[in-house]
Design a protein around this ligand. Structure first.
Ligand code: SF4
Ligand code: SF4
Length: 260
């Protein structure tokens, strides 16, 4: 039995700590307080091993040692500490680890993004740069709740939407292209002949039969804007909704347009 919420936090901040108290503290004194601390994750969730060790050591010192990597907002979540430990934890976190709290409650929640151009060939926008710029611009709104409800930003580099911005944010930014999908017709033929594995070989391990471009790509295009003209793939780009299906199945043959 937990009492969730309540006023608990660190000086100067209104968010970042979620208060949690046991309903039966006499029975379970070890978890009479079990507050959650949310840390602002790095863009794209890149950590060095030494940073992760330092965070875990800090949490071993001031909390339960249990973590949640990561919460659905994107924060690094540290589970279970007491009210007297919050200020010393916050001091060490900000002074020694150069790490800040994330958001909780009725504020701007920690903006999050996919790893974008740092690694992904599909990225049409620099998600990490956008996420960093807006996180810095809206520090006050992240740390000091000013809204009647939470608000979330999320940034995905392409419509595969790896951070689920459509489902999990209030302001979803998704990179796309304005011109035509680039087609390498020679590579299309290699998928059709079986020389290239569809989905970059991701579904290998089971015999799905010979690759059928009509069954697996063209007939699954949601707007029906693809067709084979002999052995040439044609796309009516004006009707393409950028769903990414064909690009994901034949990544060596199809690429987003250049005007991104
Ligand atoms: S959303 Fe697109 S650009 Fe971002 S990691 Fe996923 S596939 Fe890559
Ligand atoms: S991206 Fe989607 S809508 Fe566009 S051509 Fe490919 S399958 Fe069709």
């Amino acid at each position: 039995h937990w009492k969730h919420g309540g006023i608990v936090g660190v000086f100067g901040y209104g968010g970042g700590i979620v208060g949690r108290y046991s309903d039966v503290p006499d029975k379970y004194p070890g978890v009479a307080h079990f507050h959650t601390v949310r840390l602002n994750q790095p863009s794209g969730m890149y950590y060095s091993t030494s940073k992760l060790r330092a965070i875990c050591d800090l949490w071993q010192k001031y909390g339960s040692g249990m973590t949640n990597m990561h919460g659905s907002t994107g924060d690094l979540v540290l589970l279970g500490t007491t009210t007297p430990n919050l200020e010393p934890l916050f001091y060490d976190l900000t002074h020694n680890l150069n790490q800040d709290l994330g958001g909780s409650g009725s504020n701007l929640r920690t903006p999050s993004c996919c790893l974008g151009k740092s690694r992904c060939e599909w990225a049409c926008i620099d998600t990490q740069a956008i996420c960093y710029a807006l996180t810095m611009r809206y520090q006050d709104e992240i740390h000091r709740p000013a809204f009647p409800y939470k608000f979330k930003f999320k940034f995905s580099g392409c419509p595969n939407d790896c951070v689920a911005s459509i489902a999990r944010s209030d302001l979803s930014v998704i990179g796309t292209w304005r011109d035509d999908i680039r087609i390498d017709q020679a590579a299309v033929k290699k998928y059709v002949s079986g020389e290239y594995k569809p989905n970059a070989g991701a579904h290998a391990g089971k015999d799905w039969g010979k690759f059928d471009i009509n069954k697996e790509v063209i007939n699954l295009c949601p707007t029906g804007c693809m067709k084979m003209d002999g052995d040439t793939l044609k796309i009516n780009n004006a009707e393409c909704t950028r769903c990414m299906h064909c690009l994901n199945v034949m990544p060596r043959a199809l690429r987003p347009g250049k005007k991104q």
